[in-house]
Design a protein. Structure first.
Lengths: 811, 242
């Protein structure tokens, strides 16, 4: 049909004018590939937790309230909450998920330090339905000693053996039998676990032995330490569940507050606690609570990336219009002939739209190949694990075809109108002149591209600047020449042996033990100041030894570390400056703190503050420093890390030594160590990630802008065609022709730069205003993009423009 | 005159073309240059006519006006009895489609299409099935002895072959009028003669053929010569009476 004729002409045009056509196709393909990658990323982020069966009826309960001056919004909830939840009419089933410490897990064959051991109620897998590789979901957590493990955990602990029925021993003495193996939790889930052990075993143990430190939390409504999920009944409105839950649970909370504070005959200050619910798929993008299991994303970034994808497509379409009509005269004859023989405007519009759509689909094919090739690199830059197949198999990816179609129509609209409006008798004799408004239109499109390029380059330079600025900000500890050794929560003897072995090393400068290393999320306990008993404050608690402060190289602003680690001095503690400010501790008097939460005995724990350290940015400087208390580590407590500070410049040798000592002392376990500098860099991984992404996009925008400029140069030369020819007849030198032939080209580029600078400065400031600590961009941030754009514009003018001029002048 | 708003040329037999006082000029930079001045021409069905004149005599403008590509500034143009100078672009395209064939001095074949595809091009815009188009193309290719090069592209052909292809394209749909603008201008004398013979053969099938030329030698091979000079019709030799 006619359609086939169009397609035939299209492919032959490509073959006949391969250089320019390939440039056009390449521009389209790159644009589509990049937009696709961004859309795959947006899709990935927007589909967190959609992989669970019936994910739309799964909800998580979170806590909010106030304790004294502290506002709480936390993903963790009290342990007794799930019982109240189960009684609600609209709730089909509920479960708790209790995070366990990082611990050494042993099978009969292998040992491994595991960070993702969780405990849950029997009905966990009724809510989180996932593929079982071995075992049955119904019986998976039936017995109190059953545990379900993931495929990768099974590989670490059993190698190639079948794990079903095998025993796992935890270093806290609990024993579990593997009853099922599931697939690893997909990367786009808000939770990640490797083991789900039945909580009942832990609970039974606590009920039997009330002296255990955690026993007090079992029925305590003020102890927030477990995640609570429920599945709603089909008929139930979640708002009703929430309403009734608030009434029932708050009653219990209030009763607990009265009971806790009545004994001591003290006013509790202002305390309240309530609960909210959130659909599980909203957690990743919209949850704004503390104590999340993993990092959550900022929905603004998703909007930002969607906008980027849109702009890339827009630039791509502009380039297409620009490049297909830049060599317009080449097709004048064909269009004129078609018009002579009766092709109306409609036919020609149809022809050029068909061409553009076919171009887009060919480009889509090339783009899909590019996506497949680029995805691994892209995953590294974005720090995630996307697959194109996962994306492409989704039914809603039919939108890719729709978008490609629209892109084709959009790109083809200008050529279609441009060509169909030609006067055939003028075009056929070459009398047709490139019009001034055509130059202006293209010029403005190129200006727009320049504005976008400058904005993206300035933004990415700004993002890099901000990232470096945050990393270089004072953190209250020295991250150079220090490493953190992960141990686990049991067998402290082994850890002490490693420590004393290392102490004698000539490279080691200081060595300390700590429950939490920077980057960990320390548990929070409420204290009361002895000076002001009406105030309850929440302090992050870290158990450390006296060497910790030296190993971290922290500065004391008042007092110092406890003198000796004897039993009588156990009550001495160190707090950070934030805690001192919080407690109003700025006089030289003695400060005593009383532990409020989590008591399992009647005897109150009292602590004396021995020293105050400078604020320690435990989670980086992006967040306000939490008030923190450092308690003395002891055998019954839980130092899980060794922090080793080496003498300056001996880090490498020191780490070698550390490995050697580890091999001697702990031959059956692999060493797990992290450089403190690495931990610090991780605080800003998001900034680094976005700086990388922005850089990638700015490079892309730059490439697409170059394409746009090539089209513009070719068009401007055509506009000056006659004058170039006449001047060349008069033997004008090439450089003169170049200067003349590209008149107008620079105007639009300079205009784009002039508008782009204030626009980019504004965007950068908007972005930086989202940070509490932000750097001040200097003039180099703006100079570099200008230089890059000038250079690329000059190269395009010389090579692409020059080539066209030679053709016009000497042919 | 008819009563439907369009004037109808009131003869016992309609002429293919009838013009009355055609005037056309071009304006550039405030200077009006007259190109055609009061041109009156009648061309009957089945005639073989040459419109001859030197460069600048207004031939090309007349070609465009008679070919329904340009509108005259003043005067009337009747095509098969219907006044067309007042019609909109859309109607004139409809009239051109399937009725008028064009041959140019520069051949103007579409470089990206083969000989057969070039010949098929006018048929694409007519309501014809693929089969009908194919048959018509083949018939035309055989008629002009182009079948052996039907898959070649224009750049692979001689000038004569290109012009024959253009002629095949212009006549594949059996137009009632064929306009040829200096059809021999880009050919040597042998090639030129061959094209004129083919044009004569096309005329013998009933198509009205009008060639625009500055060569009196070419013009003399037609049945009637209308001479243009500075926009005026100066002589009209061999007009048949109506």
């Amino acid at each position: 049909m006619r359609f086939l004729n169009f397609i035939k002409t299209f492919f032959r045009t490509i073959l006949l004018h391969s250089g320019f056509s390939l440039l056009t196709l390449l521009g389209l393909s790159i644009g589509i590939a990049m937009s696709l990658l961004v859309l795959i990323y947006v899709y990935y982020e927007a589909n967190y937790d959609r992989h669970w069966e019936n994910s739309e009826s799964i909800y998580r309960v979170y806590s909010y309230g106030e304790i004294g001056e502290d506002k709480i919004r936390s993903a963790v909830t009290p342990l007794p909450l799930s019982d109240v939840l189960r009684e609600q009419e609209g709730v089909a089933t509920a479960t708790r998920l209790v995070p366990g410490n990082r611990k050494l897990v042993s099978s009969d064959y292998l040992k491994s330090l595991e960070s993702y051991f969780f405990y849950a109620d029997t009905d966990f897998f009724d809510i989180f339905e996932m593929p079982f590789l071995l075992g049955e979901p119904e019986n998976a957590l039936k017995d109190s000693n059953s545990v379900v493990i993931t495929f990768s955990a099974a590989q670490r602990l059993f190698g190639q053996r079948n794990p079903l029925g095998e025993k796992l021993t935890l270093e806290n003495g609990l024993e579990y039998i593997v009853t099922a193996m599931v697939e690893d939790v997909p990367a786009n889930s808000h939770m990640r676990f490797d083991f789900i052990g039945n909580w009942l075993q832990v609970e039974n143990r606590m009920r039997k032995d009330r002296t255990l430190p955690q026993a007090g939390m079992l029925d305590n409504w003020l102890y927030l330490n477990s995640y609570t999920y429920f599945k709603s009944r089909d008929t139930a409105a979640p708002s009703e569940v929430l309403h009734q839950l608030s009434i029932d649970a708050v009653q219990k909370v209030d009763a607990q507050i009265v009971a806790s504070f009545k004994e001591a005959d003290q006013s509790p200050g202002r305390i309240y606690l309530n609960f909210g619910i959130q659909p599980i798929h909203d957690i990743h993008l919209y949850s704004q609570v503390d104590n999340e299991m993993g990092p959550v994303a900022n929905p603004d970034y998703i909007a930002f990336f969607t906008a980027i994808a849109f702009f890339i497509l827009l630039i791509t379409a502009i380039n297409f219009m620009n490049l297909t009509t830049a060599k317009a005269s080449r097709r004048f004859k064909e269009v004129a002939v078609r018009k002579y023989f009766g092709a109306g405007r409609r036919f020609l519009v149809y022809q050029f739209l068909t061409e553009a759509v076919v171009y887009s689909f060919v480009a889509l094919f090339v783009a899909l190949v590019l996506v497949e090739l680029l995805l691994p690199g892209f995953n590294t830059v974005f720090g995630i694990g996307m697959t194109s197949t996962g994306f492409i198999q989704q039914p809603d990816t039919i939108w890719i075809l729709v978008i490609t179609m629209l892109l084709g129509v959009l790109s083809g609209s200008y050529p279609a109108l441009f060509f169909s409006g030609l006067k055939p008798h003028l075009a056929i004799n070459g009398v047709m002149k490139v019009k001034k408004w055509g130059v202006v239109m293209r010029g403005l499109l190129v200006s727009f591209q320049v504005i976008l390029s400058i904005s993206l380059i300035v933004l990415s330079l700004g993002m890099y600047g901000q990232w470096r600025f945050l990393e270089d900000a004072p953190h209250g500890f020295d991250d150079q020449d220090a490493v953190v050794l992960e141990w686990g929560s049991m067998d402290r003897e082994g850890l002490r042996n490693v420590k004393s072995e290392l102490k004698s090393s000539e490279h080691v400068n200081a060595i300390g033990m700590a429950e939490y290393a920077p980057g960990d999320d320390p548990s929070v306990i409420s204290f009361r100041s002895s000076g002001d008993s009406s105030q309850v404050v929440l302090l992050a608690v870290n158990y450390v030894d006296s060497g910790y402060f030296d190993a971290m190289d922290v500065t004391f602003v008042k007092g110092g570390v406890w003198e000796a680690e004897t039993d009588s001095d156990k009550a001495q503690v160190v707090i950070n400056a934030a805690a001192a400010r919080f407690l109003g501790y700025d006089k030289n008097e003695q400060l005593t703190l009383e532990l409020v939460g989590g008591r399992s005995t009647e005897e109150p724990y009292m602590y004396t503050v021995a020293g105050v350290i400078e604020d320690l940015a435990f989670a980086g400087v992006k967040e306000a420093v939490r008030p923190m208390i450092f308690l003395q580590e002891s055998a019954s407590n839980r130092a899980e890390h060794l922090i080793v500070g080496f003498n300056s410049g001996t880090l490498e040798k020191g780490v070698e030594e550390l490995n050697r000592v580890w091999k001697n002392e702990v031959p059956d376990r692999a060493i797990k160590l992290k450089y403190l500098s690495e931990i610090k860099a991780d605080f800003y991984s998001e900034e680094r990630r976005f700086a990388n992404i922005a850089t990638m996009f700015s490079l892309l925008a730059l490439v697409l802008t170059i394409f746009g400029k090539i089209g513009m140069a070719a068009f401007v030369v055509q506009y000056h065609q006659k004058h170039i020819f006449i001047r060349s007849l008069m033997a004008a030198p090439f450089i003169h022709l170049l200067e003349y032939g590209l008149r107008g080209y620079w105007v639009y580029i300079l205009f784009g730069m002039a508008v782009g600078l204030p626009v980019s400065s504004f965007l950068l400031h908007v972005w930086l205003s989202g940070f509490e600590l932000a750097y001040v961009p200097d003039w180099t941030t703006y100079l570099l993009p200008i230089l890059v754009l000038c250079l690329t514009s000059a190269l395009v003018a010389y090579f692409a423009g020059g080539r066209e001029i030679k053709k016009e002048a000497y042919s | 005159m008819s009563g439907n708003g369009h004037k109808v040329y009131d003869f016992e037999h309609f002429h293919m073309i009838h013009t009355r006082n055609l005037v056309k000029g071009y304006r550039s930079h405030e200077v009006e240059t007259p190109v055609l001045i009061n041109v009156n021409i009648d061309i009957g069905d089945g005639e073989y006519v040459a419109i001859a004149g030197p460069s600048g005599s207004g031939k090309s403008t007349l070609f465009n006006i008679l070919g329904l590509l340009e509108q005259p500034d003043q005067g009337e143009l009747f095509f098969r009895g219907r006044e067309v100078s007042v019609l909109s672009d859309r109607y004139r395209i409809k009239l051109r489609r399937g009725h008028i064939g064009y041959v140019f001095r520069q051949f103007n074949l579409v470089d990206e299409l083969t000989v057969a595809e070039n010949v098929e091009l006018p048929l694409l815009y007519m309501s014809l099935s693929r089969k009908q188009r194919k048959e018509m193309v083949m018939e035309s290719l055989f008629r002009f002895k182009l079948d052996h090069i039907r898959k070649s592209f224009p750049r692979q052909l001689t000038g004569l072959q290109q012009q024959v292809t253009a002629l095949a394209r212009a006549t594949v749909f059996n137009p009632s009028l064929l306009l040829a603008d200096e059809p021999t201008g880009n050919l040597n004398s042998t090639g030129g003669n061959e094209i004129l013979e083919l044009l004569s053969a096309v005329n013998e099938t009933g198509t009205t053929v009008v060639i625009f030329t500055n060569s009196m030698q070419d013009a003399q091979k037609t049945q009637r010569i209308i001479q243009l000079f500075d926009g005026h019709v100066v002589t009209d030799m061999g007009q048949k009476g109506n």
